[in-house]
Design a protein around this ligand. Structure first.
Ligand code: P6P
Length: 339
């Protein structure tokens, strides 16, 4: 009978990965795990909102029903604020970052960036959605209020990153730079339990994930790559399989396990694509690179990019190393201005 390892136990066990660890990061990761369980409870009842009261109405407790992404945003902000391990937080739902001014927060070492419920438009059709988070060590002085520079750090500076996928089961996958581990929520005990130890992404794959509705407004290199995926060639396992859920966390999670590439390229009307660097691309890039894959903007690693804005967008090519390298080669060949 294999023993169950809960998320909290695992985090504490792995605390030794960090010399001079004081346990603050462990506590922060545990706080995020608690918030995820609160979000999961609400997401799982989403389909009942008509019975429980649609958004904007008040429920039997007299609480105003809010959009699930706003509820999730509040759940994470409250968990990490009162948990006392962050001096500030920023999310897709708020234009500005929060600098928490309580003494315990001013003394905290970390900042959190997150997308509380990515793909929330899929809730109404019962498709998997996700929470994505990224943790940096503050650059401002302990005791001061957090400032924008605490947040605008390169992805390579992340101390931890992860996602929660609310799907057929609810899983939390995270890294602190020492590999990737996945935990599945066991509802009967309300604990995330270690289910996917040392996750690695296959070096090559057969699944490409992209919104082909944008195909004709993508670059020549991207169009050529997608056409290449469709050509028959037994030696290279083609044609590949097209899978596009329209939920970033679900598409990336599938590729992490099975191998594959997810692409959200830039287009003529949106040269930087749709996805956000700070709380979508960077955290997923940290995880996929730690699992042996690649994450770029079509040319360079997203985690090397110096951010200039909390909500800046970035084209994203993420997944199995050989697949990302192949699309890079075609972008280099067909999209790069020859000197
Ligand atoms: P499109 C969801 O809105 C999201 O941010 C990602 O989860 C998803 O991969 C992408 O946008 C889908 O965008 O333009 O293909 O509908």
């Amino acid at each position: 009978m294999s023993s169950i390892v809960t998320l909290s136990e695992f985090i504490m066990e792995r605390q030794d990965d960090f010399p001079f660890a004081s346990g603050d990061l462990s506590r922060l990761l545990t706080d995020i795990g608690v918030a995820s369980k609160i979000i999961n409870h609400k997401v799982n009842k989403a389909g009942l909102q008509d019975i429980l009261g649609a958004v904007g109405t008040t429920n039997v407790q007299g609480e105003t029903q809010m959009k699930l992404d706003v509820f999730s945003d509040h759940a994470l902000l409250n968990a990490v604020r009162w948990g006392g391990q962050v001096c500030g937080a920023a999310s897709e739902e708020n234009e500005r970052y929060f600098a928490f001014d309580a003494e315990v927060n001013r003394k905290a070492k970390y900042v959190l960036l997150f997308d509380p419920l990515d793909g929330s438009s899929n809730i109404d059709v019962n498709v998997s959605i996700g929470t994505i988070f990224s943790i940096f060590r503050r650059t401002s002085s302990v005791g001061d209020l957090a400032n924008i520079n605490d947040f605008l750090q390169k992805g390579d500076e992340q101390v931890a990153a992860g996602y929660v996928i609310y799907g057929s089961s609810t899983m939390l996958v995270y890294t602190t730079g020492h590999g990737v581990n996945g935990f599945t929520l066991e509802p009967s005990i309300g604990e995330f339990c270690l289910s996917h130890k040392n996750m690695t992404i296959p070096e090559d794959g057969k699944i490409y994930s992209v919104n082909e509705g944008n195909l004709l407004s993508s670059s020549k290199g991207v169009q050529e790559y997608i056409n290449w995926c469709k050509q028959s060639d037994k030696k290279t396992n083609r044609p590949y399989t097209a899978r596009y859920i329209g939920s970033l966390v679900a598409d990336v999670h599938r590729n992490l396990i099975k191998g594959g590439i997810y692409m959200y390229p830039g287009t003529k009307s949106a040269p930087n694509g749709k996805l956000r660097l700070m709380y979508e691309a960077n955290p997923l890039a940290f995880i996929v690179e730690q699992a042996g894959g690649m994450a770029t903007d079509g040319k360079r690693r997203v985690m090397e990019m110096q951010p200039t804005d909390l909500h800046q967008r970035v084209p994203l090519f993420i997944g199995s190393k050989k697949m990302v390298e192949k699309v890079h080669a075609l972008i280099e060949e067909l999209d790069t201005e020859k000197a």
